[in-house]
Design a protein around this ligand. Structure first.
Ligand code: ISE
Length: 328
C-alpha cells in the first residue's frame, strides 16, 4: 500500500481521542471519520482533525472504504463492531477487552479464521513499553519463569463494579502473565477486600499456569498514584520491572518524584508505539501484535475470575486448541 491509509476511530472518549490524535499526526495516515454518541465530543475532535463526525458507530464500522478501524467505544460494543469491520474488509485495532463474554470473543476469532488471515490487533499495549520489552529481553537470560507477581494500582475515586475491574484492568495483567511466560492460566482463585456492597477496592487473584508456574495479580483501584510493576522469578534469576525512574526532587525536608494518577503518564509512549506498529501492519497487510486469540483467552480468564468471586472457590480455565492461524 503506497497511499495514505484511511482510518476511522469509533469512540472518542479519553482513549479514543488519544488514538485519533496520535494517528492523525502520522504522515501515512488519514483519519477520515470519528464516531461518538456525544455530539459535542465527536464534533470537537472532528473539527480539530478536519474529518467527518458520525453518530452511528455501526454504520461507520460497516463502511467499505476504510483500511482500518480503531474501536475505543464502551466494552459491550467491541465484538459487534469488530465483526462488522472485519466483514467490511478493514483492519481493526480494538481496545481491550475484545468482548464481554468468551462466546462473543470466540465469534471474532472464528471470523478471522474463516477469513484465513489476521486482521485484528487487541490494545494490550504493555508489550510496546520499553520497560516491558527490557523485561522480555532479560527473561531470555533468566531461564524458565517460575512465578510472576503483577502489581497494578489505579486512582479511581468511584467504586467500579468488579466485572469492570476485571475486564478493564486485570485483563492487562492476565495478558502480561501470558506473554511473559508463554504459558496459559489454567486455574484462578480470587480474594477481595473493601468496600462493602458488591465490589472491592483490592483484588488479589492467585493463578496456576499450565507450565507448573504460578502467578499472583495484585490490584488496587483506590491507590494514591498510578502504578504498574511486575516481577518474574525464573529458574536462573529474577527480573523486576517497576516504575520507570523519574527525577528525584529534594527540598524542604522531602525527597519526591512525580508518578501521575493515570495511565497516559506511564504508558503514553507505549500507546503511541502500538498505534505506529498497527499502521505499519495495515500497510503490510497482516495484523501483528496481540491477536484476537489473545483477547479471547484473556476473556476466558476474566470469566473464570468473575466466577471465583461469585462462588468463593478456585475455578479451572479451559483453553481450547489454538487455531493454526495464530501459530506464529
Ligand atoms: C485502563 O482502561 C487501562 O487500559 C490502563 O492501562 C489500566 O491500567 C487501567 O486499569 C484501565 O482501567
Amino acid at each position: 500500500m503506497t497511499s495514505n491509509i484511511r482510518v476511522a476511530v469509533i469512540g472518542v472518549g479519553g482513549m479514543g481521542e488519544f488514538h485519533a490524535r496520535t494517528l492523525a499526526a502520522l504522515s501515512a495516515v488519514e483519519v477520515v471519520a470519528v464516531a461518538d454518541p456525544d455530539a459535542d465530543r465527536r464534533r470537537a475532535v472532528a473539527d480539530d482533525l478536519g474529518c467527518e463526525a458520525v453518530a452511528d458507530a455501526s454504520a461507520l464500522a460497516r463502511a467499505t472504504d476504510l483500511d482500518g478501524v480503531v474501536i475505543a467505544s464502551p466494552d459491550e460494543t467491541h465484538a459487534e463492531l469488530a465483526l462488522a469491520a472485519i466483514d467490511a474488509g478493514a483492519f481493526v485495532l480494538c481496545e481491550k477487552p475484545l468482548a464481554t463474554s468468551g462466546a462473543d470473543a470466540r465469534r471474532v476469532v472464528d471470523a478471522e479464521v474463516a477469513l484465513g488471515s489476521r486482521v485484528v490487533q487487541v490494545g494490550f499495549m504493555r508489550g510496546y513499553d520499553l520497560v516491558h520489552r527490557d523485561l522480555v529481553d532479560a527473561l531470555d537470560r533468566a531461564g524458565d519463569p517460575v512465578h510472576v507477581r503483577a502489581v497494578h494500582r489505579n486512582v479511581h475515586p468511584a467504586v467500579r463494579p468488579l466485572e469492570r475491574i476485571l475486564r478493564q484492568s486485570l485483563v492487562h495483567d492476565v495478558h502480561s502473565v501470558r506473554f511473559l511466560t508463554g504459558a496459559e492460566i489454567v486455574e484462578v482463585t480470587g480474594f477481595g477486600s473493601g468496600p462493602a456492597g458488591g465490589s472491592f477496592r483490592h483484588v488479589l487473584v492467585v493463578c496456576r499456569l499450565d507450565s507448573g508456574a504460578t502467578a499472583v495479580l495484585e490490584f488496587d483501584d483506590g491507590a494514591f498514584a498510578y502504578e504498574v510493576a511486575v516481577e518474574v522469578i525464573a529458574s536462573d534469576g529474577d527480573v523486576i520491572a517497576g516504575q520507570p525512574s523519574r527525577a528525584l526532587e529534594r527540598s524542604a525536608g522531602w525527597v519526591r518524584a512525580h508518578v501521575g494518577a493515570d495511565w497516559f503518564a506511564r504508558f503514553g509512549d507505549a500507546y503511541a508505539a502500538q498505534d505506529r506498529a498497527w499502521v505499519e501492519s495495515v500497510r503490510r497487510g497482516v495484523a501483528t501484535g496481540p491477536t484476537a486469540w489473545d483477547g479471547y483467552v484473556a476473556e476466558l480468564v476474566c470469566e473464570a475470575m468473575l466466577e471465583t468471586f461469585e462462588r468463593g472457590r478456585s475455578i479451572t480455565v479451559t483453553v481450547p486448541e489454538r487455531p493454526a492461524l495464530y501459530d506464529t
